[in-house]
Design a protein around this ligand. Structure first.
Ligand code: AMP
Length: 210
């Protein structure tokens, strides 16, 4: 199954993508994580993306389209994948269609802007692997460091309140039109993001099995 997870920053796409991937035995591909890894490794891609990302803006289409084109060629995508955070603009969605990638379902995880602002203040990521946590809703097992590698948990620079506001503005302006794009293809499903992570997962699985 090839899926796209849409939703505002902080709606829980990454968390749900991880859980649904385990359930379905497919891979999750996050352009945000790929870019953050490039930043940590100081690669050319990381250098090009940094200023956009820090300002809460989108990285130019051609850069992320190249990332996805290369990533989807890898063997682990053969059984299916979830695209988490791609496409984020209509030209990105058109590029995916032109690549001949067949998408089965597009799931929008809907959370209001007010709730997003609340949630983002508690979000933390692992400094080493980028795994995502929340101080209240998804704390690490030992309450302090990353479950996978013991890395320090830090706030993403782009999770500062002013940057989150800008990311929401960009989401409404550039990414929301994708709902129409996929609605017209008959592929759009909306899941209301719940306070409890496992509830959102349950509703998402119901939609996938429908
Ligand atoms: P995310 O982790 O998905 O919230 O992405 C973090 C940041 O990475 C975004 O605010 C953008 O600057 C950049 N980014 C990730 N995916 C894309 C995309 N598909 N198109 C453009 N920029 C992206």
């Amino acid at each position: 199954m090839n899926l796209i997870f849409l939703g505002a920053p902080g709606a829980g796409k990454g968390t749900q993508a991880e859980r649904i991937c385990k359930h379905l035995g497919i891979v999750s591909i996050s352009t945000g994580n790929i870019i953050r890894e490039a930043l940590r490794n100081g690669t050319e891609l990381g250098k090009k993306a940094k200023s956009y990302m820090d300002a809460g803006k989108l990285v130019p289409d051609e850069i992320v389209i190249d990332i996805i084109r290369e990533r989807l060629k890898q063997d682990d995508c053969k059984n299916g994948f979830i695209l988490d955070g791609f496409p984020r603009t209509v030209p990105q969605a058109e590029a995916l269609d032109k690549m001949g990638v067949v998408i089965d379902k597009v799931i929008e995880i809907y959370v209001s802007d007010e709730k997003i602002m609340e949630r983002m203040s508690g979000r933390r990521v692992c400094e080493i692997c980028g795994a995502s946590y929340h101080v209240e809703f998804k704390p690490p097992k030992n309450g302090v460091t990353c479950d996978y590698d013991g890395g320090k948990l830090v706030r993403r620079k782009d999770d500062e309140p002013e940057t989150v506001k800008e990311r929401l503005r960009v989401y409404h302006e550039q990414t929301e039109p994708l709902k129409d794009y996929y609605e017209k293809q008959g592929k759009l499903y909306i899941v209301e993001g719940q306070d409890k992570i496992s509830d959102t997962t349950r509703y998402t699985i119901e939609v996938l099995e429908s």
